[in-house]
Design a protein around this ligand. Structure first.
Ligand code: NAP
Length: 504
């Protein structure tokens, strides 16, 4: 169809709209630019970069992957202060990456995307406030843990003190002289507890399910070490590669079952760690009844030390309700509190939602994801042409570093973008190919420890099937680095001109 015909497509404002200026969005922009595409905008709801590392500011926030690996492979930081970085350092690192690679100025802050509509061969993106923008390609780099999960506990709204979710920390609340209640014992809670014990009047930790906790110290890097990293890029690269090899051998090997030695090491580590709890009754309460690795492993040097502190108590009686003065448990006890912290995790099946999408023929995402969130090869969605997700459904997010996963996915997305721009086409994955691959993933996922280990976790969907990539990291790497097979996609020509601004 001619661009001069009456039905010629409306021009786009930008080639690529990336949603989110966190780890994935900054990476996407860097790699687009590297591939020769300069016509992109990053739409960021917040007023700073950093994604989850901007949103989360709770005391004790840090990353439990080694710093030199929890980074872009191509942008190593010699200045990490610790083996496991504090959260603010990671946020700063992401901002420095955006500057170093010249994508910072492409970020539009305070620009929350509420809706995307595929029409006329492009996406019309609506921002909160009503402004619209047209983009040839839409990329959701919104992260997968960004919608807080608020527990449905009777009386929560009646609590007389301050209460907030860990992802919405209220720094105006002084904690030192307070009785703090924390609901939840996941990775977030354990970091918080390890930071707060001994610094507040009392900590009450409300545990529904015990966690296996890996003992892992977090030493600081000395000035000499940091100087050596700065002086020798090869040393930094070695730090990255060693940590990656260790993750694949230990975490991936132990969890996905390929490495019996790694599995034995993991089990002995968590059991030995638990044995450090002196009081047998407390130890019993902290002992999980499921296999290590079924839930996401908690990594903490000090959680057990914290929970044994005289000013901390572990509450395992189920919560009956929240009352103005505190939490009432099933044994009738009232746990009096001044501050209530909800360390209750996230809606892990939200992905980019509540942002709404309407794809081919106006098909809503709610219809495509009627049964469950699906993505072809973790990145594209049927009926959603020229739309990509970084860290989409079935991404390897359990035992693999999110940076590595995103780099592999973005590499594959760039290959598909070259098809889109090179041939001036639109593409989305075929529904049958997506359904078949999904079944392969789900069948394999049912045999992983995430399903067979005897736990309930946020990895699982409503049917109890884990929504994580069920194969080893090497398989994912091979899948991502392979050239796309266009027979797996619906590909159709776009009207001339729509992607003009996006061409390299
Ligand atoms: P989470 O692992 O989902 O833990 C939520 C906790 O809240 C669980 O202990 C859960 O109990 C409890 N809970 C939820 N609803 C409850 C209710 N109605 N009543 C009582 N207890 C309730 O959330 P998270 O700790 O925020 O961690 C989420 C993920 O974020 C982690 O798995 C990890 O991937 C990531 N994260 C990473 C880091 C890092 O350092 N890299 C740090 C923090 C978080 P049940 O176990 O019984 O469901």
């Amino acid at each position: 169809m001619s661009a001069n015909s009456e039905t010629a497509a409306r021009p786009t404002d930008t080639g690529f709209a990336i949603i989110g200026a966190g780890m994935g969005g900054i990476l996407m922009a860097i790699k687009l630019k590297e591939a020769g595409f300069h016509d992109f905008v990053i739409l960021e709801k917040g007023d700073r970069v950093g994604g989850t590392w901007r949103e989360n500011t709770y005391p004790g926030l840090h990353c439990d992957f080694p710093s030199h690996f929890y980074s872009y492979s191509f942008f190593q930081n010699p200045n990490w202060t610790h083996r496991f970085s504090p959260g603010p350092e990671i946020r700063d690192y992401l901002e420095s990456a955006a500057h170093a690679f010249g994508v910072f100025d492409a970020i539009r802050f305070n620009s929350k995307v509420t809706d995307g509509r595929w029409d006329d061969d492009a996406w019309t993106v609506t921002l909160e406030g009503g402004e619209t923008l047209r983009a040839g390609v839409l990329i959701a780099a919104t992260g997968y843990l960004h919608v807080p999960n608020f527990p449905e506990i009777e009386g929560l709204a009646n609590f007389a003190g301050k209460q907030f979710h860990t992802a919405q920390w209220d720094h105006s609340v002084a904690l030192a002289d307070k009785r703090i209640g924390i609901i939840g014992t996941g990775s977030t809670s354990t970091q918080l507890v390890a930071e707060l014990f001994g610094k507040v009047k009392h900590l009450s930790v409300f545990q529904r399910t015990p966690q296996w906790v890996v003992q892992q110290d977090n030493p600081a890097f000395s000035e000499e070490e940091k100087a050596a990293f700065a002086a020798d890029p090869a040393l930094l690269a070695k730090m990255y590669n060693d940590a990656k090899a260790e993750m694949i051998a230990l975490a991936d090997g132990a969890i996905l079952g390929g490495n019996a030695d790694a599995r034995a090491y993991l089990v002995s580590n968590v059991e030995a760690n638990l044995a450090r709890v002196q009081d047998p009754d407390l130890r019993r309460k902290l002992t999980p009844d499921y296999a290590p690795g079924c839930k996401r492993i908690v990594i903490s040097p000090r959680f057990y030390e914290a929970i044994q502190h005289p000013d901390a108590s572990l509450v395992t009686e189920p919560i009956t309700r929240v009352e103005p003065q505190g939490i009432r448990t099933e044994d009738g006890a009232l746990h009096a509190l001044d501050v209530l912290v909800l360390a209750t995790g996230y809606d892990t099946q939200a992905y980019f939602r509540p942002l709404d999408l309407h794809g081919e023929g106006g098909t809503p995402i709610a219809e495509v994801w009627r049964e469950r969130p699906v993505a072809f090869r973790t990145m594209t969605v049927p009926k959603m042409p020229n739309f990509f997700i970084v860290e989409g459904p079935f991404s390897p997010i359990g035992n693999v570093c999110a940076f590595l996963t995103a780099e592999l996915q973005v590499g594959h997305i760039i290959k598909l973008i070259r098809v889109i721009t090179g041939r001036n086409v639109a593409l989305s994955p075929r529904e049958d190919a997506t359904a078949a691959l999904l079944e392969t993933y789900r069948e394999a996922a049912r045999t992983t420890i995430w399903a067979t280990g005897g736990c309930v976790s946020w990895y699982q969907d409503v049917d109890g099937v884990p929504t994580l990539y069920p194969f080893a990291n090497q398989v994912f790497e091979a899948e991502m680095t392979a050239d796309p097979d266009l027979a797996e996609y619906v590909v159709w020509p776009r009207r001339a001109g729509t992607m003009a601004g996006a061409m390299a």
